[in-house]
Design a protein around this ligand. Structure first.
Ligand SMILES: Nc1ncnc2c1ncn2[C@@H]1O[C@H](COP(=O)(O)OP(=O)(O)OP(=O)(O)O)[C@@H](O)[C@H]1O
Length: 306
């Protein structure tokens, strides 16, 4: 007999994520496993739906979509003060699904199996000026590119859409002049300042030249990658190498720190992508709350990746 649908397990589904053709699979799996499905109707709606699910007694909320949908679900749970009573699941239906991969979730069916029998972990939750994010905060070129990447482009080209829009953006992009202050008790804070192509800060994600993109998300620390701009020709070369993050260049600096403050030198607000959601700021403070988010992880998840 099929399990009865309960209110304590809810799937918040974004029908616009990725190729948008998974809704029936998610509904069918949710019905089989006894989850209630709430479908978003607009950007930002997953924040409200997650909050409503908590109010209705949910103790498990899964985000079906990409990193942006997960971000909204977590923000909704945090907004109603329920991070300590709700477990979060991820059903990968987005374009990149970077966070899902980082926690060992590889497909829709495997996600539901994992929710049933897999491990739960407490992971760090990151905040940018008090706004939660799970995976990454990216400032500069890649954020501009992601703001420019339309849903249609993503549907047609998948992750390649981001590369296409990066190459388009690079024609008009000016590097950003920033000062990045990093704190790592008990050491003296390093300060990085200058013209940057990208400011890449990961909680769940790191930006290595090769190998796993999964960061340690239980260590109370950010993985910071700063890419220096070196004139227009250098900028193009840096972007070509670093955008795909397959090649190390001497313009890249990496740190592992517990807090970051970014100041933009002039008063032009810069685009920062928080899990793919764009905000524009001249100042941004990033903090971590260690082991604050309870999440269902797959077998491939490594708490301390090398
Ligand atoms: N019903 C909806 N209509 C239009 N936009 C929506 C709707 N529901 C959610 N959104 C917005 O869709 C955006 C993209 O979602 P999401 O990040 O989940 O997918 P993606 O971009 O395809 O995947 P990824 O982030 O993994 O690359 C989010 O910013 C979200 O606010």
């Amino acid at each position: 007999m099929e399990p009865a649908t309960t209110v304590d397990s809810v799937v918040v589904c974004n029908p616009e994520s990725g190729t948008g053709d998974y809704l029936s699979t998610v509904r069918q799996q949710a019905a089989e496993h006894g989850y209630r499905v709430r479908k978003t109707e607009r950007a930002g709606h997953a924040v409200d739906l997650a909050g409503e699910a908590v109010d209705a007694g949910a103790t498990f909320i899964a985000a079906a979509g990409g990193d942006g949908t997960l971000n909204e679900v977590v923000r909704g749970i945090e907004a109603v003060g329920a991070l300590d009573s709700v477990t979060v699941g991820v059903i990968p239906c987005g374009t990149g699904n970077n966070f899902a991969r980082n926690i060992g979730i590889t497909g829709i069916h495997q996600a539901f199996e994992t929710f049933e029998s897999g491990e739960r972990r407490w992971v760090d939750l990151a905040f940018a000026d008090g706004r939660p994010f799970v995976n990454s905060c990216v400032g500069g070129l890649t954020a501009e590119a992601s703001a420019e990447t339309s849903a249609d482009l993503k549907r047609r080209f998948g992750t390649t859409a981001y590369v296409i829009s990066t190459l388009r953006t690079v024609r008009s992009f000016e590097s950003i002049r920033v000062s990045v202050e990093m704190y790592d008790d008990p050491h003296v804070a390093p300060v990085w300042s200058g013209d940057a192509v990208g400011v890449l800060i990961g909680n769940g994600r790191r930006f290595p030249p090769s190998g796993s993109e999964q960061a340690n998300m239980e260590d109370g620390r950010f993985d910071v990658t700063l890419v220096r701009a070196t004139g227009s020709v250098g900028l193009l070369r840096t972007v070509a190498a670093e955008r795909l993050f397959n090649q190390h260049t001497p313009w890249t600096s990496r740190y592992t720190v517990s807090a970051v403050d970014i100041s933009v030198a002039d008063d032009q607000p810069v685009a920062f992508s928080l899990d793919g959601e764009i905000i524009r700021r001249t100042q941004l403070s990033l903090r971590l709350q260690p082991k604050t988010l309870r999440i269902a992880v797959g077998d491939g998840y490594e708490p301390a990746p090398t």
